[in-house]
Design a binder for this molecule. Structure first.
Ligand SMILES: Cc1ncc(COP(=O)(O)O)c(C=O)c1O
Length: 286
């Protein structure tokens, strides 16, 4: 079965999908995106992802082409047409195609592209062993709260990680960890406090971050939103990152130094289990 994608109002075979070279997403990265996980063929925490998509569009003043219900139906249809059981749905909206000029065009129609990617998330082997990360300078712009498709700094960060043979790069600014190139960074202190950076323009408001923080609080765990340094991360008892496409991923090494015992820690494992239970539960109830 050929992969079916969604482009500007139509479901089409992947090979036939195209967008104009004057699309502003291509020329200026003038667009935003969103990624929702799919587990058991159901979308996970999708309303929160769509709320963030709405906000990203509003922040850069691209009209939202669909209501939340329409987005949801399109995603579900794409999952169904591709027979996707586990993976992600990718959605992108750009300001559309127009003669090249920096300022907004007067009459462009937003471009909408959606596709699915199959991926093993719930039983990812890396979640059993934990992964290594490296630190890199955070080279990004000042509106990281918008899920912009301008991802060059993250591309370079992830490539540095790939060349170092590790899974992710944690970005550092003014001595503090901001976040991963495509994930939210967490550490757990030796007295069991779960620490992550507070929301601001400096990081993306992670949807998985929010769910994990809620699950932690509901289960009597202490969550502290504050800045943390790379040195504190090196000396942490546990570390992990979260994202829609990884859920809760244990980090066992940072810049070549073992974190804690050098294997996934008990609180991280518990949070992953809690998240999986929640994702499975809401996925089934959807
Ligand atoms: C920079 C950045 N931070 C955090 C995240 C995690 O966000 P979410 O949990 O909503 O996937 C992502 C996901 O792609 C990201 O790109």
């Amino acid at each position: 079965m050929s992969r079916i994608v969604f482009v500007n109002g139509a479901f089409v075979p992947f090979e036939q999908a195209s967008i104009p070279i004057m699309d502003r997403g291509f020329l200026f990265a003038d667009g935003i995106y969103e990624v929702s996980a799919v587990l058991n063929s159901r979308l996970v925490d999708n309303d929160a992802h769509l709320a963030r998509l709405e906000r990203s569009l509003a922040e850069i003043r691209i009209p939202n082409p669909y209501t939340r219900e329409e987005w949801t139906r399109l995603e579900e249809e794409l999952v169904r047409r591709n027979g996707l059981v586990e993976g992600v749905v990718y959605m992108e909206v750009t300001r559309g195609a127009a003669e090249r000029d920096f300022a907004f065009p007067k009459d462009a129609t937003p471009t909408v592209v959606m596709f699915t990617q199959a991926k093993v998330i719930s039983r990812a082997p890396a979640a059993e062993t934990g992964v290594a990360v490296i630190s890199v300078p955070d080279l990004r712009w000042k509106r990281r709260d918008i899920k912009s498709v301008a991802l060059l700094a993250q591309v370079l960060a992830k490539q540095a990680a790939a060349e170092a043979g590790v899974a992710e790069a944690w970005m550092v600014e003014d001595g503090h960890v901001t976040e991963g190139s495509s994930s939210t960074a967490f550490i757990i202190t030796r007295d069991g406090r779960i620490v992550t950076r507070p929301l601001s323009n400096a990081i993306l408001p992670g949807i998985t971050r929010r769910a994990v923080m809620r699950l932690a609080a509901e289960n009597g765990l202490v969550v502290e939103e504050r800045l943390f340094t790379l040195d504190e991360a090196y000396g942490a008892a546990e570390a992990f990152y979260t994202s829609a496409s990884a859920f809760v991923m244990p980090v066992v090494e940072i810049d070549g130094r073992a974190v804690g015992a050098g294997k996934p820690g008990p609180l991280t494992r518990r949070l992953r289990e809690l998240y999986l239970a929640m994702a499975g539960a809401t996925a089934e109830a959807a």
